[in-house]
Design a binder for this molecule. Structure first.
Ligand SMILES: [Zn+2]
Length: 111
């Protein structure tokens, strides 16, 4: 894993582009494309054509993947996207810490 700095479930802040400054939760990471889906961000409208007479056409809003290069893990203490440093604890488990203030970057637990 080269990109352990960002994981699914992380809150991230977008550093550039159309969604600059916004935060959201990572829904999934597309490693090959180096992009990630972020909940509620970079939404695009898909126009659906009815495929049968029973089906209705319409507009579906869906998240489009954002480049990982634009995403920074969000530190709740610094109130901004930050660089992380990885530190091993006594048991050898990796902890991700904010490079600015040292607070652990928490991953939201799935309900
Ligand atoms: Zn911080």
């Amino acid at each position: 894993m080269t990109l352990a700095r960002i994981k699914t479930g992380d809150t991230v802040q977008v550093q550039g582009g159309r969604e600059k400054g916004k935060t959201g939760t990572i829904l999934g990471i597309l490693m090959k494309k180096e992009r990630a889906l972020v909940e509620g961000l970079n939404k695009v409208k898909r126009h659906l054509r009815p495929r049968s007479q029973k089906e209705q056409g319409g507009v579906l809003e869906k998240e489009a993947p954002l480049s990982l290069a634009l995403l920074m893990p969000y530190c709740t203490k610094c109130n901004r996207g930050v660089r992380v440093k990885v530190k091993r604890d006594k048991e050898g488990k990796k902890d991700r810490l904010c490079a600015r203030c040292g607070q652990a970057i928490e991953v939201k637990k799935k309900k």
